[in-house]
Design a protein around this ligand. Sequence first.
Ligand SMILES: C[S@@+](CC[C@H](N)C(=O)[O-])C[C@H]1O[C@@H](n2cnc3c(N)ncnc32)[C@H](O)[C@@H]1O
Length: 243
Amino acid sequence: MSIEIINDDCARVIPMLPKVHLTITSPPYNLNKTASGGGSSKRSYEGWYPDDLPESEYQEQQKSVISSLRERTEGSVFYNHRIRYAWHSRNKYRTANKIYHPLQWMSDFPIWCEIIWHRGGTTGHANGRFRLADERIYQIGKPHVFTDYGWTTVWSITPTRNEGHVCSFPEDLVERCILSSSNEGDTILDPYMGSGTVGVVAKRLGRKFIGIEREKSYCELAQRRIFSNQTPCLTVAEQPHDH
Ligand SMILES: C[S@@+](CC[C@H](N)C(=O)[O-])C[C@H]1O[C@@H](n2cnc3c(N)ncnc32)[C@H](O)[C@@H]1O
């Protein structure tokens, strides 16, 4: 089954890709983690990828990436994001007492379904607010196929850690997206691949995979996870694909 890992900026590469059947992704959340916290919290974010844009620039960038993903994806784009409060990031660009909701930049896209990912009560208290225990998964555009497993729009799935990446997807979450909305042999894209969880599950379920990731060390990690140390296939996209 074809698996391709591309070490590059997804904004540059997506327009050069062949058509895929399904996209599943979780972008950086613009949390400015390297600057957040102090003491042990700061240490735990050492090595975090750059995640620190002025919020308006971030939202425009995400809109543009989603638009190009929709052009390249035959079925749905599953796009994972979350509500952010100003407290959360201590981001110097944000003002206090403000909520940032993904629908602020996604409301013009044809959202087919909104899924609440109930992660459990694992986050810290939100500085006088109730603890945040959910993320959102937006299924943008109608799936090209749909298999009904009886799942509702609330998915209670415990987050995974310690894959060598600070925020890897749980495999169960990816499995639901793939099983419900693709066929065996389809191509699945993750433009913000991270540790490659979408690739791991796609391969296990007999799907092809294209992963894009800007950080070389994460590409290498994904490659190890997907191939169990076999068949290096890291590429940097320079030419449009012709398949
Ligand atoms: C939220 S993480 C994705 C984690 C992934 N779902 C997993 O299971 O490991 C976002 C990833 O996007 C990468 N990234 C950020 N900006 C990027 C860009 N412009 N192009 C490609 N990758 C990017 C980051 O390095 C990070 O690994």
